[in-house]
Design a protein around this ligand. Structure first.
Ligand SMILES: Cc1cc2nc3c(=O)[nH]c(=O)nc-3n(C[C@H](O)[C@H](O)[C@H](O)COP(=O)(O)OP(=O)(O)OC[C@H]3O[C@@H](n4cnc5c(N)ncnc54)[C@H](O)[C@@H]3O)c2cc1C
Length: 383
């Protein structure tokens, strides 16, 4: 379908596809098996300016927006979602700085992220605070010249690998969610370390760890926005990042669709390719429709954000929920079309099926986001 991408966006998408096919495809099974962080591929993405596609040129990026980011994430995810999320999580850790950082903070941190010299990450979740982010316990106590952080974040993508972390902590415990603030914390800051590294079902090339803060002094100049703005900034960040997660799901589903079509053309049963069976054709046609519909929604929401729209909470949630449900459905059907071999690690759909599940869980579970969409429906007239 024609999505009327700019020339630069077409080039970015084509380059991301080439990198995915030439550099990621040969190593994806090994990265998955060994649960190895894809540093070599991150270096390729850095050398080809992919890390800065969404960052303004004045800070060393290519000057694109959320759609440009989505195009790269989609193409990487079509081949390996574990690599794609390692790339995308850096944007997740950067958006708050990009939109709400001071000029000084942007000049200090964005050029390194845009060039790919440093990765970023975002730390909100804790053992007691998942869907209910208001349950965080990490504190940031004001002291002379800064804040002292104490607490543990869990399930943080790029944990240990990133150099720059956006961390949400309570500056006023008694105010609950209104007492949270956002901080930039650099790897290597005394009192900041990494705890348990998770062993996962899918996206196994990505790193997921705890962030541990023990009397960690963060300079005053590293607060993002003002004290008490932590949750507002988080909600706005997630509104902006969710289409990227949708793009991860679209890429995954596209990869599974292509693999299923190819297999259905080759696999002979009852004297014919299984593609000749109407039951298989109907499944493939449904998969193709679902992938295209998800892509159209993700691109449309990304374009809405890039156009400068102010309120896109509902649309952003819709793109994430619809695309991730599509990825789960399409990868499940792809495995069904592969039959028994689809269940084996020798074929890529087994990995795609495992990788798809997380897209329904992180950056807001699909149940929680459905309630958020319904809440927005109740607020708005003429929906
Ligand atoms: C691989 C991975 C990477 C991650 N990366 C990051 C990261 O980089 N940064 C970060 O901060 N976090 C990250 N997370 C955390 C992720 O965002 C949370 O796991 C997610 O938001 C869900 O929280 P939870 O796991 O505590 O589930 P819970 O909140 O305990 O939910 C459990 C179940 O209850 C349901 N539920 C809970 N509340 C409601 C409700 N109000 N209405 C309906 N249903 C509800 C949920 O939908 C779910 O089915 C990551 C998680 C994983 C697994």
């Amino acid at each position: 379908m024609e999505y009327f991408l700019s020339e630069q966006q077409k080039e970015i998408k084509a380059l991301a596809r080439t990198i995915a096919e030439e550099r990621i495809l040969p190593v994806r099974a090994e990265l998955d098996e060994k649960e190895e962080f894809p540093w070599e591929i991150m270096k390729v993405l850095a050398d080809t300016d992919m890390c800065g596609v969404f960052i303004p040129e004045e800070y060393g990026g290519l000057g694109g927006g959320v759609l440009d980011l989505c195009l790269v994430v989609e193409e990487l995810s079509r081949v390996c979602s574990g690599v794609a999320v390692s790339y995308a999580a850096s944007a997740l850790g950067t958006f708050t700085l990009l939109v709400y950082g001071t000029e000084e903070q942007k000049r200090k941190y964005l050029p390194d992220i845009a060039s790919g010299r440093k990765l970023a990450a975002f730390g909100l979740t804790e053992a007691t605070a998942g869907s209910d982010a208001g349950g965080i316990k990490t504190t940031a106590t004001r002291t002379s010249g800064g804040y002292i952080l104490n607490g543990t974040k869990q399930f943080i993508t790029n944990g240990g690998q990133a150099e720059i972390y956006t961390v949400i902590a309570l500056t006023a415990k008694e105010k609950g969610p209104r007492g949270a603030s956002a901080f930039l914390v650099e790897k290597g800051t005394p009192g900041f370390s990494f705890g348990r590294k998770e062993k996962k079902l899918g996206i196994r090339a990505s790193a997921t760890t705890e962030l541990v803060f023990e009397d960690c002094l963060v300079p005053e100049g590293n607060i993002l926005g003002r004290e008490g703005m932590g949750f507002i900034l988080t909600m706005k960040l997630l509104d902006r990042s969710r289409p990227g997660l949708g793009a991860q799901a679209v890429g995954l589903a596209q990869g599974a669709l292509e693999a299923a079509v190819e297999y259905a053309r080759q696999r002979i049963q009852f004297g014919h390719a299984i593609f000749a069976q109407q039951a298989v054709q109907i499944m493939l046609a449904d998969m193709a429709m679902q992938v295209e519909a998800a892509r159209a929604l993700v691109y449309a929401v990304a374009k809405t954000i890039d156009s400068g729209a102010k309120d896109f909470t509902r649309e952003s949630a819709m793109s994430k929920v619809f695309a991730s449900d599509t990825a789960m459905k399409v990868t499940t059907d792809a495995m069904q079309i592969f039959g028994g071999v689809g269940y084996m690690r020798d074929y890529p759909v087994e990995k795609m099926f495992r990788d798809a599940k997380i897209t329904q869980i992180y950056e807001g579970t699909n149940q929680v986001l459905r309630t958020a969409i319904a809440f927005e429906l109740r607020k708005k007239k003429g929906v």
